[in-house]
Design a protein around this ligand. Structure first.
Ligand SMILES: [Zn+2]
Length: 237
């Protein structure tokens, strides 16, 4: 008997193995440090494997003192828990925002220290990128992140082998860093979401925050509920 938790973890691993070369190539084309290229089309786990009609909203590249607090207010008002993949070098300027994330029950993950492409760094430098971000998050929240996310989704076996914690990919790329359009971001999420989907967004963009309320309403009306990444990987029961 294969457990649904196992299937979900397999999905997380598989999506990284599927197209690292394409991801790296796409990453090099982008000039903005805080952007993510669109990964190749990826399969979501089946509804049966997901165990519930749940999705995880993930917000990368913050914290941002200008945009993240408004997002936290919206999530609080809606009663939605999300997952934030933080860039370590940004934490010192927004510790209060990070503590608010923790206090509101959101999951906080590690998105490296300064958003470099990990596959192009030495193993020592990769460890430093992750460790220093762990330390900054732990100093702000008192807890070490349980999940990691590679900048640009760029990952290979050499990077992965040094970590016991999972690197988390996504199956829905809103391209919100590229198209600053509330209607486009919302339409992408609503048309592509499946049970078990992990949705990539960036809380450093005002238009993304503007889109969140509509995304939540739209997904709820389609019967979805919201969980953190770790809840998706390790559902209770
Ligand atoms: Zn990023």
């Amino acid at each position: 008997m294969v457990s649904s938790s196992f299937l979900r973890q397999l999905f997380v691993v598989l999506v990284y193995v599927s197209s690292p070369v394409a991801l790296a190539a796409a990453a090099r084309k982008t000039a903005d440090l805080h952007t993510e290229p669109g990964p190749a089309a990826r399969k979501s786990p089946s509804e049966k494997a997901a165990g519930c009609r749940c999705v995880a909203l993930t917000f990368d590249d913050g914290p941002d003192k200008r945009t993240t607090p408004r997002l936290l207010d919206i999530l609080s008002r809606e009663g939605v828990k999300a997952t934030f993949y933080l860039v370590g070098s940004r934490i010192a300027g927004a510790r209060g925002v990070v503590r608010e994330m923790r206090d509101e029950g959101h999951e906080i993950g590690n998105h490296s220290w300064d958003h470099r492409e990990l596959t192009r760094l030495s193993p020592e430098r990769v460890l430093q990128e992750i460790r220093s971000t762990d330390e900054a998050i732990e100093a702000a929240t008192g807890a070490r992140p349980q999940t990691l996310r590679a900048p640009y989704g760029s990952l290979d076996r050499a990077v992965r082998k040094d970590f016991k914690r999972p690197f988390i990919a996504w199956d829905i790329d809103t391209l919100d860093w590229k198209y600053h359009s509330v209607s486009r971001i919302t339409a992408t999420v609503l048309s592509e979401s499946r049970p078990g989907s992990i949705i990539l967004l960036h809380d450093i963009h005002r238009t993304t925050v503007d889109a969140v309320e509509g995304i939540i309403d739209g997904l709820r009306s389609r019967g979805f509920s919201f969980v953190t990444v770790s809840q998706l990987l390790h559902p209770k029961g």
